[in-house]
Design a protein around this ligand. Structure first.
Ligand SMILES: [Zn+2]
Length: 454
């Protein structure tokens, strides 16, 4: 179906007439979409060759325009040519968040191509405190919009539908007659309504019931609360055709819950303020396809490239940002490398994104792995609505659980056995039960596993 998304674009009944599109400045976007149709079907080796050439151009520019990047290259004993050679990138030590903050103004390029448009500055506080400031060009924004549009087209969304958006960056209730950019560059769209994620779950469910959306754009943790509330009250969203998530990890369990309660799938997009859309879920197979202008490496504790099925740290390179050299930036997330996708797209794949280091379990021998806690098995023992595990030290985990009733001592012992088995270590599990939902962290995020051990 989606192999001909670009052909379908031409036949889309909501596509604006050519003159109206031109008036809205969609020429560059239309051209880039046509390019993306070609690039996503390229054999992986050809795409890698073109990306290598783009990396060489980027490295030459940044070596001349960014004192900090020039010094990084020199310290590693590299030239732009050596960096862009096969396996060259792996010789450059990653750029940490701290190093980026410390670099200050010396990081930014003092010149950049006029054709890339004006500069905007974006600051993200992140979850670890110190804000990171990155400069981006209009070309970066344009790429972001093109990937967003392509994601809509891959998933064959009906632009005449009603879109509800729930995110942290909406400060108050807002309504609009259309979905806004980038969709309005090309399409006539249905109505839009937005709410801040800070509202209570009850308020959000009431609003969703009234607005009756076709599509929902939402943070996974907010989605989890809404799904639980809708399931509890038996209310449904009858028009709903799809859910799009971003910004946080989507668990397998949440995907199952959404399918069961709302009857639709979740299409996740891996994005950040610094990089825009880094990876998009395949419409046919669910694996994540990495955007063409992004190099996304996954490396193990020793810095070696992970193989398919292995989990490691994510390093990101933005091939179009000529204002800030984001080259091998350690974004702080973990991911599992995917295998080539059967859909035929040559874009590299990531099987899943796993969140941050503090969301990994720490074993007594010092190794960390992604915590599987066996939630799908708990139902055999006791009804549990929500959980949060806090690892206190290398032997002890506090399990905070929201449940309609307290379990017996025997049930608790059964749960402990399941959790120990799934975590692959006989941790001491301490329980804290409550009937109310578990509270969120600062910024409205919710983390199911938090490691406080060292
Ligand atoms: Zn695919």
């Amino acid at each position: 179906m989606s192999s001909d998304w670009f052909d379908r674009l031409g036949r889309n009944p909501h596509l604006l007439p050519p003159q109206a599109r031109a008036n809205r400045g969609s020429v560059a976007i239309s051209k880039l979409l046509a390019d993306r149709r070609v690039s996503e079907r390229m054999p992986t080796a050809e795409l890698a060759r073109q990306q290598g050439s783009a990396l060489l151009d980027l490295a030459r520019h940044c070596a001349a325009a960014s004192p900090h990047f020039a010094s990084r290259l020199a310290t590693a004993g590299l030239t732009p040519e050596a960096l862009a050679a096969p396996d060259g990138l792996a010789k450059l030590p990653p750029l940490t968040r701290q190093a980026l903050v410390n670099a200050g103004e010396s990081l930014f390029c003092h010149a950049y191509p006029r054709a890339h448009g004006g500069i905007s500055t974006t600051s993200t506080s992140g979850s670890t405190g110190e804000p990171v400031t990155v400069k981006r060009t209009e070309l970066c924004t344009l790429q972001w919009m093109v990937y967003t549009l392509r994601e809509h087209l891959w998933h064959d969304r009906d632009f005449s539908g009603r879109l509800a958006t729930l995110r942290a960056n909406i400060s108050e209730a807002a309504e609009s007659a259309d979905w806004g950019q980038p969709c309005t560059f090309l399409f006539r769209t249905g109505a839009w309504s937005g709410r801040p994620a800070s509202l209570s779950v009850e308020e959000l469910c009431r609003w969703l019931g009234e607005f009756d959306p076709d599509y929902l754009l939402i943070l996974p943790s907010t989605l989890a609360g809404i799904v639980a509330e809708l399931e509890r009250t038996g209310r449904r969203l009858p028009r709903l055709r799809g859910v799009r998530t971003l910004s946080e990890t989507v668990s397998v369990r949440l995907r199952e819950d959404v399918r069961r309660v709302l009857g639709v799938g979740v299409d996740d997009v891996y994005t950040s303020q610094e990089f825009g859309v880094m990876a998009t879920q395949c419409p046919e197979h669910g694996t994540y396809h990495v955007s063409e202008s992004i190099l996304l490496e996954v490396v193990d504790a020793e810095g070696r490239a992970c193989r398919p099925g292995e989990i490691g740290r994510v390093l990101v390179t933005d091939l179009v940002n000529y204002a800030t050299p984001l080259i091998r930036y350690e974004i702080g997330d973990y991911a599992e490398v995917g295998t080539p996708c059967a859909c035929g797209r040559g874009l590299p794949t990531i099987r899943r994104f796993l969140g941050r280091e503090r969301n990994l379990v720490l074993l007594p021998d010092g190794t960390r792995h992604w915590p599987v806690v066996g939630f799908h098995r708990w139902g055999e023992v006791h009804t549990i609505r929500q959980f949060q595990f806090i690892q206190l030290d290398r032997q002890t985990i506090l399990a905070k659980l929201s449940a309609p009733a307290r379990p017996s001592a025997e049930q608790e012992a059964q749960l402990t056995r399941i959790i120990q088995e799934e975590l692959q270590h006989p941790f001491e599990i301490r329980y804290a039960w409550q009937e109310e939902p578990l509270p969120r962290g600062p910024g409205g995020k919710f983390e199911e596993f938090l490691c406080r051990a060292e």
